[in-house]
Ligand binder design. Structure first.
Ligand code: SF4
Length: 150
């Protein structure tokens, strides 16, 4: 599933602070509030880079959106709450929560810079954490390398 040879890119003799999406370490911070297994990629990273320090963040919790919270969908650069029922998600457009997402992303970048993170392991497909998500794009914008996984 992962074809990149990270060992050849990052010298694991130099410890790094690595920002990581909190849900990827198994924290129940996703919109539905259910606990999921920790990412096998992150588990492998920790095993192969024992001197690195993970800095877990959840941009949506930092935004004060709470947990559980309504699911959202992105549309034309904005983020809207939507219906938890998958069958209705495409039709339902609720509140515009874009500003909250931007606020959570800005807090995430502030933490990354304060902790001098040079790499962020972020959750794929998330409207915040995907590399095309609001926080993902902001982190990349300040020069932080993004690894998108789940
Ligand atoms: S993907 Fe990001 S915003 Fe969503 S629950 Fe995980 S850490 Fe929080």
């Amino acid at each position: 599933m992962f074809s990149i040879d990270w060992k050849s890119i990052y010298d694991n003799t130099l410890p790094m602070n690595v920002l990581v999406s909190r849900c990827l370490i198994g924290e129940p911070c996703r919109w539905h509030g259910r606990k999921l297994s920790a990412s096998s990629f992150v588990k492998r990273w920790v095993h192969e880079h024992p001197r690195d320090t993970l800095v877990p963040v959840c941009p949506e919790l930092l935004a004060g959106l709470g947990c559980p919270r309504p699911p959202v969908k992105r549309s034309r650069g904005r983020v809207y709450t939507t219906c938890a029922d998958k069958a209705l998600r495409a039709q339902v457009t609720g509140d515009d929560v874009t500003d909250a997402f931007i606020s959570g992303a800005a807090s995430t970048v502030a933490i990354a810079l304060e902790r001098r993170c040079t790499l962020a392991i972020l959750c794929k497909w998330s409207p915040s954490c995907d590399k095309t998500g609001i926080a993902g794009k902001m982190l990349a914008g300040v020069g932080i390398e993004i690894v998108n996984t789940f």
